[in-house]
Design a protein around this ligand. Structure first.
Ligand code: NAP
Length: 277
C-alpha cells in the first residue's frame, strides 16, 4: 500500500516509513494525571480507539500507561504517541523517561512538540531514539512550511508526521499541501477548537442535515481528507460519540461550507502566535 493511502477498512493511513497510524485517536492534553486520565484512556480503548496522544509536557504519561494496561488491549494493537518537550536538551534521555512512565518498551510516534530553539537541533536525537528502537516513527509538531523545509534539508531520516492545529476554522491549506508534497502526514490537533467550534451555526446546520452532532461533523471533515485526528474528551459518552465518524460521509456542498469557515487565509504557518521563544 502506497504512502498516504488509507487501509482497506478506511481507519488508518500509511506513513512514509510504512507504519500505519489510526485516523482517530484520543488526545489527553489538559487531562490531569490520575483517575480522570486513566478512565479516559481505558474507555477509549474499550470503545475501539487504537491511538492515544500524550506528551511529556502533559504530565500524565503514567496514567496513560495505566489506562492502557487496565483496558486489557494488547500493547501491540495501540498506536501510542508522545512528544519531546523542547525546553529539555536530549530527546533520547527524555524518551527513556517517557517509556518508564508509560510502562512500555517503545512508542509508535515520538514528535518534537514545537520548534523551540530552531527546527533542526533536536532532530539527530530524534533519529537516535528511532535507531535505538524507542520510537517506531519520528515526527514534528507546530512546524510551519519554513521550519519543515529547514528540517527536511538536514534530516537523515525524514519526519513522517507534522501535528498541527487544524480544523475547518484553521484550514491551513498551504501547509497541508507542502506536507503532502514532502510525504509528511499532517495530523490535526484541537479539531474541535478545544471546544470552541462546537457552537458554530454552520457546523450545527450540517450536523442536523445528517442527524449527527457538531463534533462528529468537525471530525469527519478531517477523516474525509485522510487526516489523522485526535479529539480530547474525559466523558465516556463523548468519547463514544467522537468515534462514530466512519459510518457517514459529508457531501461536496457540506465540505465547501465547512472549508469556507477558515480564518487563517489558507496559511502555510502552523500557528498564528508562537508560545515559545
Ligand atoms: N501538539 C500540540 O502542540 C497540541 C496542542 C493542542 C492539542 N494537542 C492534542 O490534540 C488533542 C485535542 O485537542 P484539544 O485538547 O485542544 O481539544 P479538542 O479535541 O479540539 O476539544 C476538546 C474539548 O471539546 C470537548 N468535547 C470533546 N468531545 C465533545 C463532544 N462530543 N461534545 C461536546 N464537547 C466535546 C471537551 O470537553 P470534555 O473533555 O469535558 O468532554 C474539551 O473541552 C489534545 O488533547 C492533544 O492530545 C496537541
Amino acid at each position: 500500500m502506497s504512502t498516504g493511502a488509507v487501509t482497506e477498512d478506511g481507519r488508518a493511513r500509511v506513513l512514509a516509513d510504512g507504519k500505519r497510524i489510526p485516523l482517530l485517536g484520543l488526545g489527553v492534553w489538559q487531562v490531569p494525571s490520575g483517575p480522570e486520565c486513566v478512565n479516559a484512556v481505558r474507555w477509549a480503548l474499550e470503545l475501539g480507539y487504537r491511538h492515544i496522544d500524550t506528551a511529556q509536557a502533559y504530565g500524565n504519561e503514567e496514567s496513560v500507561g495505566q489506562g492502557l494496561r487496565e483496558s486489557g488491549v494488547p500493547r501491540g494493537e495501540v498506536f501510542l504517541t508522545t512528544k519531546f518537550y523542547p525546553a529539555r536538551k536530549d530527546p533520547v534521555a527524555e524518551v527513556e523517561r517517557s517509556l518508564q512512565r508509560l510502562g512500555v518498551d517503545y512508542v509508535d510516534l515520538y514528535i518534537i512538540h514545537w520548534p523551540q530553539g530552531g527546527p533542526t537541533w533536536a532532530w539527530p536525537g530524534m533519529e537516535r531514539a528511532r535507531e535505538l528502537g524507542y520510537a517506531r516513527s519520528i515526527g514534528i509538531s507546530n512546524f510551519g512550511v519554513a521550519e519543515l523545509e529547514r528540517l527536511l534539508g538536514t534530516a537523515t531520516v525524514p519526519a513522517v508526521v507534522n501535528q498541527v492545529q487544524f480544523s475547518s476554522y484553521e484550514y491551513r491549506k498551504a501547509l497541508l499541501r507542502a506536507c503532502q508534497r514532502a510525504g509528511v502526514a499532517l495530523e490535526a490537533y484541537s479539531p474541535l477548537g478545544t471546544g470552541r467550534h462546537l457552537g458554530s451555526e454552520t457546523v450545527g446546520r450540517i450536523a442536523r442535515r445528517h442527524g449527527r452532532t457538531p463534533a462528529q461533523v468537525l471530525l469527519r471533515w478531517c477523516i474525509e481528507r485522510h487526516i489523522p485526528v485526535i479529539p480530547k474528551s474525559t466523558h465516556r459518552e463523548r468519547i463514544a460519540e467522537n468515534a462514530q465518524v466512519f459510518d457517514f460521509t459529508l457531501s461536496d456542498r457540506d465540505l465547501e461550507e465547512l472549508d469556507a469557515l477558515d480564518r487563517t487565509g489558507g496559511t502555510d504557518r502552523a500557528l498564528e502566535r508562537k508560545w515559545w521563544r
